[in-house]
Write a protein that binds this ligand. Sequence first.
Ligand SMILES: Nc1ncnc2c1ncn2[C@@H]1O[C@H](COP(=O)(O)OP(=O)(O)O)[C@@H](O)[C@H]1O
Ligand SMILES: [Mg+2]
Length: 369
Amino acid sequence: MIKKVGILFGMEDTYPWAFIDKVNELGKGEVIAEAVQIDKVQQGIDYGYSVIFDRISQEVPFYRAYLKNASLMGTAVINNPFWWSADEKFFNNCLSMEMGIPVPKTVLLPSNTRPDNTSETSFRNLKGPLDWEYMFDYIGFPAYMKPHDGGGWKSVYRVENSEQLFEAHKETEQLVMMLQEEIVFDDYFRVYCLGQKYVHIMPYDPRKPFHERYVSNIKATGESRKKLLKTVHDYTLKLNQALGYDFNTVEFAVRDGVPYAIDFCNPAPDADIHSVGQENFDWIVEHSAKYAIEKAKAHKPGQNNTSWGGFLRNSIASTTRKVGKVNLKTAAQAKKTAVKSPINKKKVAKAATVKKAPAKTKAATKSKK
Ligand SMILES: Nc1ncnc2c1ncn2[C@@H]1O[C@H](COP(=O)(O)OP(=O)(O)O)[C@@H](O)[C@H]1O
Ligand SMILES: [Mg+2]
């Protein structure tokens, strides 16, 4: 059976098309790729993709909901839409510490402005003023302040003292922020990681103009460079295996030979040829296509084929889900069995008793556990 790979994307215009072409080339007719096509989203319907690469659901909540259903139907969604919804940077840092991967000293700050529909009394658990003195002493200045759930360099501030911090904090309104120690770095890397196994380390200089950032040299030399690259490689794998991301970039700032993980929650990472450059673009196109084909071939219908990170897997008891026995359908089956004239109540009632309502099915499956 031919397996279908889909890609869901937004404004980006180089990577998705190259990805589709590469999967079609390497898939040899057994695995084919296309831009995901959606003209309706009905609950409990399998729209037939073995694999979907998601590049945009962070900006389109409708897609995120579509993908959660697709994942339940057995599509291997890259990246896991459930985990992506749950994840944020502050938690990433905490998990990182637990795994022994260095991160800058960081504290969480409540939003400067109250969230909509809250009042003074919604914050009775927050002490005022906060223990700023402790926090400033712990983090030091200059420091970085950035959203605990951000991306794309939005609302990232470098502040030199408490006055600047409070000024900047006001601008961030309802965003929950993190205050973070500045890592003054010798080297900086952005690292692609695919399928929690393919790693590509890119020297990157965030201080350079946009189009030159990926054309930097590594400062470390000889043995220390070798050791550094091995550590960066290993940390990248460890982080992605724990978080369960199949397509991610991790950023490291290197100070005194120690790589600190700065930003490792980029589940739709930049892959545009105009920013990452030809060589990095070729690597990501080639490897993501290869990985998509592996996932498509390994795809088992009716099972959950989406990756779950070690953190989650180790946190929950193993349970076996009874999948799709009764009422989960493919789009083609749904079309065939669709009730054509809802006005005919007899027919509707019959269809309902024979086929059973999805809600009932789910409840029945659950109660068997
Ligand atoms: N703790 C830090 N020390 C030094 N530079 C930092 C630090 N945090 C962020 N930066 C700089 O700010 C940039 C954006 O921050 P980042 O955490 O990557 O946010 P985003 O998710 O928006 O990309 C980084 O690429 C880096 O250049
Ligand atoms: Mg970043």
